[in-house]
Design a protein around this ligand. Structure first.
Ligand SMILES: [Zn+2]
Length: 384
């Protein structure tokens, strides 16, 4: 939704995290720490109070760590971002992300329906790892809520819901009981349900194509959802992320919660699968790499198909802001040993993630118990 290099984006409505152009953000960097990144949970008075305390303490800590020239840059940047930081939340807003840099006249403000953890970081580029994790947790998906006479297809994007399709039939009206035997009535009713569900099944295809999601949750009371499942063409059965038993008039919030749980389970199983694939490839000497150095080399050559990151991992290191020379497990030297450019301390995992974004690699965050048995925090499945 945002064209490359757009300097000012101030969203005045809720935005799914999948609409944020993380690739364009990953391209941005400066030789000096001039980019401010702020993540805040914003719903409720309590958060407002906590955010003020948190932001004040981060602002003074950052000021103390900067030389006079950079401090004045930072003050200008914070002044530019401040009103967006403390702005009242709009209806349904639970989280906010702000990226700002006064020197570059750059400000992005995103209002979300999901909650990030508090973070306030000044760095040489926008701090993207929390956004990356949110994108991993909140992929767009659909929910098909169905019973024997009603079907609603809702798209859920970072907990923002949008109804895409509503079909219903009136079984009782079509088949008045008058005059028929109970058996005949039941027979006709079954036929009517089947024809309604066939209509729903035909509609699933069009709606799915329109949504561009990886799949949908099949939900509803009773047997209709299972009957529908059998009527779906094979390729759409494959898109069903899970089947859940819920009331047809389940409140919106509960539907989102139940759907999110199914999505999370499906994502976890995808991460576990990628982790298994990595282990197998490493054992057989297949197309895989592990450890910071090997994975970094593969990423820099754009050979990585899927980057696997151990959840919540971080590795201290430094980067040259001129030639992007990246070194793990070392303190930043005064100048880069390759080009003499300025260096800064970084979380190497974040830098690897950004290279993955720039080179179009998929990223999976994997739990400790599923990851490699070694101490490595990253691994990669390679294209060649
Ligand atoms: Zn360098």
């Amino acid at each position: 939704m945002q064209s490359e290099g757009q300097k000012e984006i101030i969203s005045d409505e809720l935005l799914p995290v999948t609409d944020i152009d993380i690739r364009a953000l990953a391209e941005i960097y400066d030789e000096k720490p001039v980019y401010l990144s702020v993540y805040l949970p914003v719903s409720g008075r309590e958060n407002d109070h906590l955010n003020r305390i948190f932001v004040d303490s981060r602002v003074s800590a950052i000021k103390k760590a900067l030389n006079p020239e950079l401090r004045s840059e930072f003050e200008k940047t914070f002044e530019m971002a401040e009103s967006s930081v403390f702005d009242e939340p709009i209806s349904g807003e639970k989280g906010r992300i702000i990226f700002a840099c006064s020197k570059d006249s750059f400000i992005h403000v995103y209002r979300l329906a999901v909650e990030p953890e508090q973070s306030f970081v000044l760095d040489t580029s926008p701090y993207l790892l929390p956004l990356a994790k949110m994108r991993a947790d909140y992929e767009d998906y659909g929910v098909l809520l169905v019973d024997s006479q009603e079907a609603r297809f809702t798209c859920i994007r970072s907990d923002i819901t949008e109804e895409k399709k509503h079909l219903s039939t009136d079984l009782m009206n079509k088949h008045k009981k008058g005059g028929w035997s109970q058996m005949r009535f039941n027979h006709l009713r079954k036929g009517a349900i089947k024809s309604f569900l066939s209509e729903v099944a035909e509609n699933v295809q069009g709606t799915c194509d329109q949504l561009e999601t990886r799949g949908f949750v099949l939900a509803g009371p009773g047997e209709a959802k299972q009957q529908l499942m059998e009527l779906l063409p094979y390729e759409f059965q494959q898109k069903v992320l899970g089947v859940i038993d819920v009331s047809i008039d389940i409140p919106r919030d509960e539907l989102v919660e139940a759907g999110d749980a199914v999505l999370q389970e499906s994502k976890d199983s995808e991460s576990r699968h990628a982790a298994e694939e990595l282990k197998t490839a490493l054992l057989k000497g297949g197309l895989a790499a592990h450890g910071i150095e090997d994975v970094k080399a593969a990423l820099e050559q754009a050979r990585v198909n899927t980057l696997l990151i151990l959840k919540d991992s971080s590795v201290a290191g430094w980067i040259c802001e001129r030639c992007q020379n990246l070194q793990a497990n070392a303190n930043p030297p005064k100048e880069c040993d390759r080009c003499g450019g300025p260096t800064s301390a970084v979380n190497v995992v974040e830098e690897l993630y950004e290279i993955a974004q720039r080179t179009g690699a998929k990223v999976e965050f994997v739990d400790k118990e599923d990851f490699l048995d070694s101490d490595d925090v990253v691994g990669a499945l390679l294209r060649y």
